[in-house]
Ligand binder design. Structure first.
Ligand SMILES: [Zn+2]
Length: 333
């Protein structure tokens, strides 16, 4: 039985979780569920830190989405992608000294700062211009300049890669788990999965789908920002873009083909150079739990499991599967 400290009873008591609906927050119709512990002895509210932090996450997640504002996670991920500190980013963008620091700790940005940051994050040409400007005005060192420029250029180089990335990039909504697609996260994730399991091309989509949906269920956000379509054999990445990802992006993994009877099968091999620091602790927990659940299962077994999921079963072939189905995931990871 779960226990929490009840102020009214003055001791630890067992409690029951009750759900309330929060309809309005800061002028927005949020309609999110709030979970509160209620003392079994005296019916007073009991403060349960885990529930509070989940409530906070849900409420602010929804609020930010509604207000279209940038989230702390998006900022942190952006800095990680370019390997820059809060101070370096502040200098590049010429923002107030503690601005990035405050936003990353959860302060809600103004609409204009949020729009500016979004533009920088979604358009590497604009970011490059800011970088050049910051270097010319000596706000950043040569070392920082070279490092960031190198990363921007390598992400722009290849037209095939660029086209693939842009076809997978959409505004954050219920179909990508409220995350704009992040190629670095996807490549590192695939490399990590391939290192841990015997990864076939056919099961890759299911691993990713379960990881993204389970992460949404637990953490209110997907890991990769991918959108999935209902396909006959299970959920697949929109536009079957996994083919292009396996063909064009070979920094972290490579394909290996082998004959199995009359079929040519493809496995994905890790180059073992993945960077797990891109993921948060609670995301890695989800990733590892999905991997250990599927590790000993064959592709067709994983496929069958995915067919029992409501997100797949209730969608029509070719439909995009909403992350709203995540809470109904049946496998107890
Ligand atoms: Zn009580």
């Amino acid at each position: 039985m779960k226990k929490g400290y009840c102020d009214v009873c003055g001791k630890k008591t067992s409690y029951t979780v009750k759900k309330n609906q929060i309809t309005e927050f800061k002028g927005y119709e949020v309609n999110v569920i709030e979970e509160v512990g209620v003392c079994d002895l005296c019916s007073s509210n009991v403060y349960i830190p885990e529930l509070e932090s989940q409530n906070f996450k849900r409420l602010y997640g929804k609020y930010r989405k509604l207000a279209g504002l940038i989230s702390p996670d998006e900022l942190i991920e952006f800095r990680k992608r370019y390997d820059i500190s809060q101070r370096e980013l502040t200098a590049i963008l010429k923002l107030g000294k503690m601005t990035i620091n405050r936003y990353e700790r959860g302060a809600v940005p103004s609409k204009s700062n949020s729009d500016y940051l979004k533009l920088i994050m979604n358009n590497s040409e604009v970011f490059k211009n800011s970088l050049n400007e910051a270097f010319k005005k000596e706000r950043i060192t040569q070392k920082t300049y070279d490092k960031v420029l190198g990363k921007i250029n390598s992400s722009l180089e290849d037209p095939f890669k660029k086209a693939t990335i842009s076809s997978l990039t959409h505004e954050a909504d219920e179909y990508n788990g409220y995350r704009t697609f992040d190629i670095e996260r996807l490549l590192n994730l695939i490399s990590y999965i391939a290192d841990r399991v015997d990864l076939h091309k056919t099961s890759l989509n299911k691993y990713l789908w379960y990881i993204d949906f389970q992460s949404f269920k637990i953490n209110v956000r997907s890991v990769t920002g991918l959108r999935y379509i209902k396909h006959q054999f299970g959920p697949v990445i929109e536009g079957k873009k996994y083919e292009e990802i396996l063909n064009y992006f070979d920094e972290k993994f490579y394909k290996e083909e082998f004959e199995d009877g009359d079929f040519l099968k493809t496995t994905v091999k890790s180059k073992k150079n993945y960077d797990l620091s891109l993921f948060k602790k609670e995301e890695l927990e989800v990733i590892d739990s999905v991997i250990s659940t599927f590790k000993s299962k064959k592709s067709n077994e994983i496929s069958e499991l995915s067919h029992k999921e409501e997100g797949w079963a209730s969608s029509n072939p070719g439909d995009m599967i909403s992350y709203e189905y995540a809470e109904k995931i049946k496998i107890p990871f």
